[in-house]
Design a protein. Structure first.
Length: 251
């Protein structure tokens, strides 16, 4: 690995690290040499991933984190100790028509995907500014913050908000040597959605991707390591789309 992508000596916190892309991002950062702090609500899943990374020679710890709770975020950041990198990955979606979307479902999605990311970013940044330390934030947005589909209105809105929040924080915090960037994944196969892509409906969606294939978690590694490392030192406010060309397909 190029030395510019080397994260040795860095500490990275990953939210939503108990499964899916969050767990993959933790493995990716650990593989690049970072000590990783796994943050989520499912303690058993975090313990399993922590043990896996430790067996591979990585430094890993786990903290309890509910991104819908400001108190939980503060406690998790205190428990994590000094950080260099934060990956705001925690996110949920609820599939319902907008006309039938209850207020509590809207709040759950937006509070997790947007408000939670904001509070984690702000909490980390306050600590960096107080300690006069540089910092890196990578927000995991979505192509659904750039384009849209039906039945997931709060998800679409929250990811669009996260993209613009990324730019706003990058502008404000550049003077403190804090870089804030975002990745917009397209359709990525995970343990939760894997069976869907083999169905007729899933195959029809794949046919709309110019590369005619579903993305794999490792397809996001390049963007993550670029933004997290010194290779991306002159990047802030950037939004990187990784989607097989989906967002440039014709309407």
């Amino acid at each position: 690995m190029s030395k510019r992508f080397d994260l040795s000596g860095k500490v990275a916190l990953v939210t939503g690290a108990s499964s899916g892309l969050g767990a993959h991002f933790a493995r990716c950062l650990a593989g690049a040499g970072a000590a990783v702090v796994l943050a989520a609500r499912r303690a058993d899943r975090l313990a399993s991933l922590q043990a896996e990374l430790s067996r591979q020679g990585a430094t890993a710890s786990a903290v309890d984190l509910d991104v819908q709770s400001g108190a939980s975020i503060g406690a998790a950041l205190d428990a994590a100790g000094p950080l260099d990198i934060v990956v705001n990955n925690a996110g949920i979606s609820i599939v319902k028509p907008a006309l039938d979307m209850p207020e509590e479902d809207w709040d759950a999605v937006v509070d997790t995907n947007l408000r939670g990311a904001w509070l984690v970013a702000q909490g980390a940044a306050k600590r960096w500014v107080a300690d006069k330390r540089p910092g890196v934030i990578v927000n995991i947005a979505s192509i659904l913050g750039l384009r849209t589909i039906g039945q997931v209105a709060p998800y679409n809105a929250s990811k669009a908000g996260l993209i613009h929040l990324t730019r706003a924080l990058a502008m404000e915090w550049a003077r403190h040597d804090i870089r804030v960037n975002a990745i917009c994944p397209g359709y990525i196969e995970t343990e939760m959605n894997g069976p869907f892509w083999k169905t007729p409906g899933g195959q029809r969606l794949i046919e709309r991707i110019p590369q005619r294939r579903i993305g794999q978690p490792e397809h996001l590694d390049g963007a993550l390591l670029l933004l997290a490392s010194e290779a991306g030192a002159f990047m802030t406010g950037s939004v990187i789309t990784v989607d097989g060309g989906h967002t440039v397909n014709s309407l």
